[in-house]
Design a protein around this ligand. Structure first.
Ligand code: ZN
Length: 152
């Protein structure tokens, strides 16, 4: 008997929620960001190390609902080894996914993150799913601000 698709997705979310390979802090972070979602009580603390315009490592810690923590773990999976441009593309696509775009829900480039497609039926949870991505965008701002300052 095959498992219904929905429960496969549940399993994936819980797997990321319970044990993420990306929990913790990176050494020598280039940016440190704390992001909060007061609507749900989710907290994400993100540390990011960037080398040559590539996100070399990103780790998170925090508390909150399964969606926020699983999405953070999945975000880290996707961000490591990517340029900011590549990250923007995935982040935009993921935002479309959680807002109910059916094309995005079929986009294999999103991988595990498609497990969060159901969030589109829970509009109040969109912020939970986007929290880690918002934190990463904030980290990018900090890094580019620092680099601009250094060039002066
Ligand atoms: Zn939440």
């Amino acid at each position: 008997m095959s498992m219904p698709l929905e429960s496969v997705y549940q399993e994936l979310i819980l797997k990321h929620y319970r044990s993420s390979a990306h929990r913790g802090e990176v050494e020598q972070p280039d940016a440190v960001v704390a992001e909060r979602n007061p609507l749900c009580g989710d907290d994400i603390f993100l540390t990011v190390r960037v080398r040559g315009g590539i996100v070399e490592d990103v780790r998170f810690s925090g508390h909150g609902c399964a969606i926020s923590q699983a999405a953070a773990s999945m975000m880290c999976d996707h961000a490591v080894g990517k340029s900011w441009d590549e990250i923007h593309r995935v982040a935009d696509r993921f935002r479309e996914l959680v807002q109910g775009n059916e094309e995005a829900a079929r986009d294999r480039a999103l991988g595990d993150m498609r497990a969060l497609a159901g969030v589109s039926k829970l509009p109040r949870r969109v912020k939970c799913a986007m929290l880690a991505w918002d934190a990463l965008a904030e980290a990018e701002k900090k890094v580019s601000h620092r680099d601009t300052e250094a060039q002066r």
